[in-house]
Design a binder for this molecule. Structure first.
Ligand SMILES: *Cc1c(COP(=O)(O)O)cnc(C)c1O
Length: 244
């Protein structure tokens, strides 16, 4: 990250670049919402800041983006510490190892990537240790490929495992069940995959009425996600640039 710039000394060219990208992304969300007869205010934009420095997170906060996402604890923990006090809400969106759960619970308000039962007690202990509520989403594997392959590639619980995982989260002290998260399967049309996610979300909601979050959509498929009812989109490269 190598970010030594003090707060308040943001590079003006970078501010303008992020501001313009952000405006375009917000316009894409608004257009997709209009097309789907939805209100754009139903869709929360999470800026995914992985590989980008804390200075960019400060710029985003200055532009009013307080929901930020990271996929690796080793990178997220120091970034969250460097930007403490800005009122940010950190969303952990990556594959999570049990031994990192406590660290993630120390700064994150949302964990989108709960995909196996073993994570639940670990996250619960972390949430209790830091005396905070932690909202957890069940990550669903929408892949059509071999189960093992899909799991290795993108993560996620099989659809038939979702309700059991959701029940475990809902019952765990310190945890709140937020809803579902998914990444579109590689090399397949995201529309039908997100439609399956929406069906699963409706089933989940009949068992857990407050679990209303649907986290879906990245830079390349945010329109399809908003059309399929996403409440949270996770946008990285369209805002901050292509990661090298
Ligand atoms: C990196 C990442 C994103 C953002 O992807 P972009 O294509 O850069 O918008 C969204 N979700 C997850 C899980 C990611 O790892």
């Amino acid at each position: 990250m190598g970010d030594q710039s003090p707060a308040g000394a943001a590079d003006p060219a970078r501010v303008e670049e992020i501001r313009a990208n952000l405006a375009a992304v917000r316009e894409d969300i608004a257009a997709a919402a209009r097309k789907a007869d939805r209100d754009a205010s139903e869709v929360t934009l999470i800026a995914v800041t992985k590989t980008y420095p804390a200075a960019d997170v400060r710029i985003l906060a200055g532009l009013g983006v307080l929901d930020v996402g990271e996929n690796r604890d080793q990178e997220a923990a120091p970034k969250a510490e460097a930007t403490a006090g800005l009122g940010l809400r950190w969303h952990f969106i990556g594959q999570l190892q049990t031994n990192k759960a406590a660290s993630v619970a120390s700064y994150a308000e949302f964990v989108h990537s709960v995909d196996r039962l073993r994570l639940v007690p670990a996250l619960s202990r972390g949430a209790l240790r830091y005396d905070k509520g932690l909202t957890c989403l069940v990550q669903v594997d929408l892949g059509n490929a071999e189960p093992m392959e899909a799991n290795v590639a993108r993560g996620g619980a099989r659809p038939e495992q979702v309700l059991a995982l959701a029940d475990a989260i809902a019952e765990a002290p310190g945890l709140r069940l937020g809803g579902l998260m998914a990444v579109a399967p590689l090399g397949a049309d995201p529309g039908p995959a997100f439609a399956r996610l929406h069906d699963l979300a409706l089933r989940l909601r009949s068992a857990h009425p407050s679990a209303t979050m649907i986290s879906a959509g990245m830079s390349g498929d945010l329109g399809e996600a908003v059309a399929a009812g996403a409440t949270h989109v996770r946008i990285g490269s369209a805002i901050l640039g292509i990661r090298r």
